[in-house]
Ligand binder design. Sequence first.
Ligand SMILES: NC(=O)c1ccc[n+]([C@@H]2O[C@H](COP(=O)([O-])OP(=O)(O)OC[C@H]3O[C@@H](n4cnc5c(N)ncnc54)[C@H](OP(=O)(O)O)[C@@H]3O)[C@@H](O)[C@H]2O)c1
Length: 339
Amino acid sequence: MIKVGIVGISGYSGYKVISLLLKHPDVRVTYISANSTQGRLDAIWPQFRGQSDLFCETYDLVKAKDLCDVIFLALPHTISMQITPDLLRAGKRVIDLSGDYRLRPASKYQQWYGAVHSDPRNLSRAVYGLPEIFRAKLSKAKLVTNPGCYPTAAILALAPLVSIHSQIVASMIIDAKSGVTGAGKKANVDLIFGEVNENFKAYKVFKHQHAPEIEQYLSHLAEGEVGVTFVAHLLPVNCGILETIYVHLKKRISLEKIHALYQQFYKTEPFVRVYPLGEQPELKNVVGTNFCDLGLTMNPKGQLLVITSVIDNLIKGAAGQAIQNMNIMYGFDEQAGLK
Ligand SMILES: NC(=O)c1ccc[n+]([C@@H]2O[C@H](COP(=O)([O-])OP(=O)(O)OC[C@H]3O[C@@H](n4cnc5c(N)ncnc54)[C@H](OP(=O)(O)O)[C@@H]3O)[C@@H](O)[C@H]2O)c1
């Protein structure tokens, strides 16, 4: 049994992390904290009545160090990087769900997140927590930077293509749609029911911080520069991301060949499902799970490949993936707590 702490328990991702961890066979949750929220866990989240007597307090480094082996940070960006260095210095392992350690160099963080990076030294230690790509590095990681929700769906959808990217791909457009929990629990007029219900809109066009994240990790995989056009939209649902990705091809390749490439790439992956040709993934098939489902289609002229990718933003896009990473870090069954 390892001892686990969660900071940011009152937020949506923190809620999902503890929901999954309370059922995990190999961990004991020993510490929970938030910012202004304090009190018994079952008063903050009545769903846990009768399941836990944990008490949530303002974050305290000494308690986190004394009570935990590994700490999940489900905090807004800029807050995680204030907390992480002391935890690492104390020999604790950290899984950060925020964007604080995803972009390199630090100047890129400043450009897209609008804040100076206060812990640039640890950027190079952070392992990107996308198990399907970085599993080997995760087992030894001290600091895991959990991917963003949109990047998880996009990178999993495009990673198999990257090996042949320079020969066949002319351009890639990611049309991404997310439910409202993607923006967190904090009050925001744009996210109230009257604004979101029966509405649909694009936001942060060419300003979204997930665009450089997608490009950075696809470029790493391709060992060369990969560019994407990324546009995010707000869906009037609570949870779920659907991305429709248009890949313009400069060279003909059969859909069957591409499908075989994807099947091979994800053959042994427990949480990525490549659909048979002719079938389309849907949100309702993944919401509440740690799966990423992928569908592939080609236009009749053979010039445009359309990939659809769906995940639950709070599970494969956040808490579930973070737990999958923890399972790899500690040598547990990778599906423990996620089945
Ligand atoms: N939501 C998603 O789908 C999703 C997906 C992937 C990644 N993420 C990332 O995960 C992180 C958490 O997201 P979320 O959606 O769960 O956010 P959220 O619902 O807004 O929750 C934020 C949490 O952080 C706590 N907090 C805020 N300021 C703090 C401080 N100074 N010290 C300690 N705790 C503080 C809040 O506590 P109080 O309630 O007490 O203020 C709350 O528990 C973000 O960085 C987000 O980008 C979110």
